[in-house]
Design a binder for this molecule. Structure first.
Ligand SMILES: CCCCC/C=C\C/C=C\C/C=C\C/C=C\C/C=C/C(=O)SCCNC(=O)CCNC(=O)[C@H](O)C(C)(C)COP(=O)(O)OP(=O)(O)OC[C@H]1O[C@@H](n2cnc3c(N)ncnc32)[C@H](O)[C@@H]1OP(=O)(O)O
Ligand SMILES: Cc1cc2nc3c(=O)[nH]c(=O)nc-3n(C[C@H](O)[C@H](O)[C@H](O)COP(=O)(O)OP(=O)(O)OC[C@H]3O[C@@H](n4cnc5c(N)ncnc54)[C@H](O)[C@@H]3O)c2cc1C
Length: 609
């Protein structure tokens, strides 16, 4: 499809999905599922996941009563317009202004520079009638920082931009289809006026007289919509990873190379330990991210309930967990999808493998909802704060509770003696805790050598990110272990999950061996024992690998991959796909007479053939 066709077709699908949701009707969970099977980024994502939650989280009761019924019936379509051409990560650096005019009781929205143009918001370019706009609030010449506003962008009769608004699509993005179904947009305001009651005023207010009234709740609640989306992105990472792994595992069982004896069949590539060493940790990650995603959903629900009761105590941890896990799981999944492409050899590079499109549509997850490095630095700040409070009498709680055992974890030595000890959950956990704590404490010690903490922080950024990742990996490992300790129906299933849990943990040790050795969390002998155990786990997972990906229950239609077909009938179907290519419509290609024939003829003449 051309870009225009792709965009229009996605509009068709989105509107059809919305019709089904109403007609059947579908519950919220079923609607989310439907969105997944629609399987293309589109304006519904931003309307439901960001525009509506932003109003719910930041609007007053009156504002919610006014706007939510319209949004819930999709009589208005909204998007989330925060990022600007010049500023994305640095939200406090946004330039768009919203200046209160007491004479007209309005805010004047203005884009003072080119870099202040909104740039990137999905659904903005061509579809949305409304947006939640983030802009600097100015009253009486004073800048109060960034606040949210509900703004109508387009005329409800003919969809034209309202006077004072310039709007459009930002152009083609990575990949052929991928994210190009979405109208990520730009937007500039030229002194565009909105009524005062369209500032989202749950967190702070501007009175009729133009007085700014800050609220007594943390201003970070303005970032709540991002926290909510980051949480859902973790579960989505599992879905995308599972999809790539399903394709690569099934194909690795079909594909044979070498090893034929006396003219017999060759070896299935899934039997090579190198293939297992690349594939099975990704299979384990798909399960691990699913379980940590379930836990994060619980954490998010819990913090939401607490916030409603004005208990803000767990907000920093919820922010650190959503930011860190969003970052860690999306980076691992993007890398994992690319690894799965390579695991499928040359055929993985074919469009019909389903992997190139999956990669292209998935990889921006490392950037949207917060650049992955920027988000790990938020985790690092949280960890440094926690470390600095050790010994102050304030016991660390939640995911940092292990830091409360700092005295032990800083000097303990791993008691792993034989390979099977690596199947002991307490020993594995302690290894990850020791490594995470020691990396965090080492950063804190190095920071304390700087007179200026902020300067020290910038100097140590790379180490801080590594410490944050170590903490996030510990969370994922510990939630996998907790899952195993809970109710899992079926002993066989539990055994399989146990194998995957230890593959996940031991492979991380192998991959980040430098961290584990340099922090003396394990010795090099214990590292070899971990590798030994890992190989044994691969052997145990091998006979069940295909069943473990079939368990994801993806249809062939959803997978969209010739290599990942359930029936394994890969080769005939690769031919069928190839023959569908427009280049194969004719035997002699268009261009033969123009380019190939004159070239050949010229050579034939000069060679006197
Ligand atoms: C096959 C098809 C597949 C398609 C995909 C399928 C499904 C999709 C599924 C889900 C996706 C859904 C939606 C669609 C996808 C994309 C849409 C994308 C949207 C966007 O990208 S919106 C824009 C997002 N932008 C960002 O994330 C910007 C990142 N920057 C920030 O968040 C912040 O500015 C910052 C970097 C975190 C903070 O910077 P800083 O300078 O410190 O700022 P302060 O504001 O001063 O903060 C200080 C203080 O506040 C704490 N803090 C910061 N953030 C938060 C927070 N969110 N919650 C709570 N607390 C927060 C911070 O820790 C500091 O605390 P102190 O105690 O240290 O003071
Ligand atoms: C597909 C897609 C959809 C999007 N949808 C929306 C949307 O609906 N609404 C919306 O408002 N926005 C949206 N965005 C924008 C997105 O949120 C931003 O791109 C993202 O927050 C990153 O910001 P940036 O582009 O400014 O990156 P930058 O911050 O410019 O990052 C560039 C580089 O600088 C590094 N860097 C930046 N700051 C630091 C620091 N303090 N320390 C160390 N390194 C740093 C980063 O790690 C990165 O390597 C979307 C983006 C994409 C790709």
């Amino acid at each position: 499809m051309t870009r225009k066709e792709l965009f229009k077709n996605t509009l068709r699908k989105s509107v059809h999905a919305w019709k089904l949701i109403n007609e059947l009707p579908l519950s919220d969970d079923e609607s989310l599922m439907l969105r997944h099977f629609m399987d293309q980024p589109g304006f519904l994502d931003l309307h439901w996941r960001m525009f509506v939650p932003a109003i719910k989280g930041q609007g007053t009761e009156e504002q919610k009563q006014k706007w939510l019924p319209l949004a819930n019936k999709m009589q208005i379509i909204g998007c989330y317009a925060q990022t600007e051409l010049g500023h994305g990560s640095n939200v406090q650096g946004l330039e768009t202004t919203a200046t209160f005019d007491p004479q007209t009781d309005q805010f004047i929205l203005h884009s003072p520079t080119q870099t202040s143009s909104k740039w990137w918001p999905g659904g903005l370019g061509k579809v949305s009638t409304h947006a939640v706009i983030y802009a600097r609030l100015i009253t009486d010449g004073k800048d109060h920082g960034v606040h949210g506003f509900i703004v109508q962008l387009r005329n409800m009769d003919d969809h034209s931009p309202l006077p004072g608004i310039t709007i459009g699509d930002i152009g083609v993005k990575f990949g052929n289809g991928a994210y190009n179904s979405m109208d990520n947009g730009f937007l500039m305001f030229d002194k565009f006026c909105i009524p005062r009651d369209q500032m989202l005023m749950r967190l702070s207010k501007v009175t009729r007289e133009g007085k700014y009234v800050p609220s007594d709740v943390p201003r970070q609640l303005m970032y709540g919509t991002m926290v909510s989306v980051r949480q859902t992105i973790v579960s989505n990472a599992s879905i995308a990873m599972a999809r790539a792994v399903c394709i690569a595992t099934r194909y690795s069982a079909v594909r044979r190379q070498f090893g034929s004896q006396n003219g017999g069949i060759e070896t299935q590539v899934i039997d090579y330990k190198t293939q297992q060493n690349r594939l099975f940790p990704l299979l384990a990650s798909a399960y691990a991210f699913r379980f940590v995603g379930e836990w994060l959903k619980w954490l998010y629900t819990d913090v939401t309930q607490r916030l409603e009761a004005s208990d803000f105590a767990t907000l920093p941890e919820a922010h650190a967990c959503t930011a860190g896990l969003k970052s860690m799981t999306t980076s691992a999944t993007s890398d994992g999808i690319e690894e799965c492409r390579k695991l499928c050899g040359g055929h993985g590079y074919l469009w019909c493998s389903g992997l190139p499109e999956l990669f292209a549509v998935y990889v921006p997850a490392c950037t949207y909802e917060g650049d992955n490095v920027v988000l790990q630095l938020q985790v690092a700040r949280f960890l440094m704060k926690t470390v600095s409070q050790l010994g102050s009498g304030k016991a660390p709680a939640g995911t940092t509770a292990y830091m409360g055992r700092a005295k032990h974890l800083l000097q303990c030595r791993s008691s792993i003696r034989k390979a099977e000890d690596w199947l002991n959950p307490a020993m594995v956990l302690e290894t990850f805790e020791a490594r995470a704590l020691r990396m965090a404490v080492s950063c804190a010690n190095n920071l304390s050598k700087f007179e200026n903490q902020e300067q020290g922080f910038s100097e140590l950024l790379a180490d801080l990110v590594e410490a944050a990742i170590a903490h996030c990996q510990l969370i994922v490992v510990s939630k996998f272990i907790v899952k195993l300790e809970g109710e899992i129906k079926g002993k066989g299933v539990k055994n399989q999950l146990k194998n995957l849990c230890y593959i996940y943990a031991l492979h991380l040790i192998h991959k980040h061996l430098g961290d584990f050795l340099s922090t003396n969390s394990i010795t090099s002998e214990q590292a070899s024992l971990a590798n030994h155990q890992l190989r044994s786990l691969y052997t145990q997972v091998r006979p069940n690998a295909v069943a473990l990906v079939d368990a994801f229950d993806y249809t062939d239609h959803y997978l969209g991959s010739v290599l990942g077909r359930y029936d394994g009938n890969v080769y005939p179907k690769l031919f069928e796909e190839a023959l569908k290519d427009p280049l194969n419509d004719t035997v002699v290609p268009d261009g033969y007479h123009e380019y190939i024939r004159p070239l050949i003829k010229q050579h034939l003449r000069s060679a006197r053939l």
